[in-house]
Design a protein around this ligand. Structure first.
Ligand code: F6P
Length: 550
């Protein structure tokens, strides 16, 4: 594995920096953030970094200068710089699938050259972008008409996982910039309710379906695509209508053609682009239809700015590297195997769901690149909700629970919908939460307020809860690109330290295979002979007995 360029220590926990970190942790584990701040009045300005339009305050993490120094040393020993170069230069760093990992090529400028197997992929990327822009302009300008001559008013993206979460997150995030005279919906679940609710008030004559599937073989997506076809044809009664009401985004041109979609209306992408890293490829066609090509290109520039920052900024000022290393510190030394992502921006309400796939499908791995058992916990569990809503539900556990939950707070200095005091109140809450989590409230402070002694322990907030705060000026298409790329590269950094393949997803396969075995057992008219465990057998029998035939 030439690309790793790591020093020749086979095991992560044997690396000098890891061992130094373990020793260091024993020295600092009971240091409190209030002590770190009172000893260093400049800490809140010092432990920050700025790049590609984003400001990161990581001062409220349980780290000292020595921690950061050792984490940076660890990055060096793990060959992070070599890994970054390997990714950007198209080496096959997704080793278990023997693929390059080049989402960074999706946002490269036209003059760049990025090769996979000796072929520069950048011109192809830009050709697809131009195709998307032409198509999107024709739909938005109403020159693309449906089968009966009506303009398209509704766009429905059908896809799942990376073929859904990116598009839906980006649509919600950039709704402010979207065409308000068009309706955008997203169907992912094989649960018919998803389809029924998304289509119930729409007219097929005015509806365009984008079938998004890298493989064009995913059960949920193909089932929904066939239901969409039937829904359309029930009204339009002409097979030729499919060509005006369906387009596809896929790497599987044959599968698309078989479905009946015009190859001229198929937008390609490549096996070097993983599903969860594809929202800025043709998978983002619905995004472009919603916000227009110009805004889409602005989003790509945001991604690219963060790519450049990641690739060229020294690690001690590099936002994704710092965030990734802090995530490793929190996960493996502080034992906090989770991260709450808390955007104080309502348009980012689907951002935590998007990050769940990005982070957990990438780093939820139990073996190293060499196939050895991972020695330390890998991928933390990502989750979250927008602020301030979460404050009135699960934040209680973050403040006073026994689990340590590091949080990423995300805020914007300007509101897209300024309204009286709202934005100041929103940001005041964000800042207050990071303050409360870091410094808490001691029993002495509570007692001094005259609280009866029996109540004091209930009101104590220990503080010392680690947080990052990411601030940007305003949520724009460009900022969204910067933010997504920040997390992509933070996830990459974590994977590089753990020496895992962050770009495969073998774990999701087993469930898919077992479902294929069970489907005929549910559908067969005769009582099937079941060979599962006793629980699965009983569940299947019970379902067959109680289900209601349509
Ligand atoms: O099952 C997981 C997965 O393969 C994801 O990685 C992917 O984003 C999703 O399914 C959808 O796959 P496709 O785009 O091929 O339909």
């Amino acid at each position: 594995m030439s690309y790793t360029k790591a020093t020749p220590y086979p095991r992560l926990t044997e690396r000098p920096a890891w061992q130094a970190l373990a020793k260091h942790y024993r020295q600092v584990h009971d240091l409190h953030l209030w002590r770190l701040f009172s000893d260093d009045p400049q800490r809140g300005e010092r432990l920050t970094a700025e790049g590609a339009g984003l400001y990161l305050d990581y001062s409220k993490n349980r780290v000292t200068d020595e921690t950061i120094k050792l984490l940076l040393q660890l990055a060096g020993e793990c060959g992070l710089a070599g890994r970054i170069d390997a990714m950007f230069s198209g080496q096959k760093i997704n080793t278990s699938e023997e693929r390059a990992v080049l989402h960074v090529a999706l946002r490269a400028s036209a003059s760049e050259r990025i090769e996979v197997d000796g072929v520069n992929v950048v011109p192809e990327v830009h050709a697809v972008l131009a195709h998307m822009a032409t198509f999107s302009d024709s739909v938005r300008s109403k020159s693309w008409l449906g089968h009966t001559g009506r303009a398209i008013r509704n766009v429905i993206n059908i896809g799942i996982g990376g073929s859904d979460l990116g598009p839906v997150m980006a649509y919600e995030a950039l709704r402010h910039y979207s065409r308000r005279d068009m309706t955008f919906r997203f169907i992912s679940n094989v649960d018919g309710t998803d389809f029924a609710e998304a289509t119930r008030d729409l007219d097929p004559e005015e509806t365009l379906f984008i079938i998004c599937s890298k493989t064009f073989a995913t059960l949920e997506t193909l089932t929904n695509a066939h239901s969409a076809r039937a829904w359309c044809l029930r009204k339009l009664k002409d097979e030729r209508a499919v060509q005006r009401h369906f387009v596809a985004v896929s790497t599987n041109a044959e599968g698309v053609e078989e479905f009946g979609i015009d190859t001229a209306n198929t937008f390609g992408f490549w096996d070097w682009d993983g599903g969860r890293y594809s929202m800025e490829s043709a998978i983002g066609l619905s995004t472009m239809l919603a916000i227009g090509a110009e805004n889409f290109y602005a989003m790509l520039s945001g991604f690219h700015a963060m790519d450049t920052h990641f690739r060229s900024t020294p690690f001690d000022r590099n936002l994704p590297v710092l965030m990734g290393l802090l995530a490793v510190w929190n996960n493996d030394f502080l034992g906090a195997n989770t991260v709450a992502v808390l955007p104080y921006e309502h348009y980012l309400k689907r951002f935590p769901a998007y990050l769940q796939q990005l982070a957990m499908e990438s780093n939820g791995k139990h073996v190293t690149l060499e196939g050895a058992q991972a020695e330390v916990p890998t991928g933390p569990i990502y989750w979250g909700e927008p602020g301030t809503n979460g404050q009135h539900s699960f934040y209680q556990l973050i403040h006073q629970g026994t689990a340590l939950v590091p949080c990423d707070f995300i805020g914007f200095c300007q509101s897209l919908n300024p309204m009286g005091r709202h934005h100041d109140l929103l940001l005041a809450n964000l800042f207050a939460q990071t303050e409360a989590l870091a410094f808490g409230k001691t029993k002495e402070q509570i007692a001094a307020e005259g609280t009866p002694s029996w109540l004091v322990p209930h009101r104590v907030c220990e503080g010392n809860r680690p947080t990052n705060t990411i601030l940007a000026e305003r949520l724009t298409p460009g900022t969204l690109g910067q933010l997504v790329a920040l997390y992509e590269h933070s996830v990459f950094t974590q994977g590089a330290i753990w020496n895992i393949d962050s770009f495969d997803q073998w774990g999701v396969e087993l469930g898919k295979v077992l479902a294929q075995r069970i489907i005929p057992e549910l559908e067969s008219a005769d009582e099937p002979k079941l060979g599962h465990d006793s629980s699965t057998n009983a569940l299947i029998r019970r379902y067959r007995r109680l289900r209601k035939e349509p």
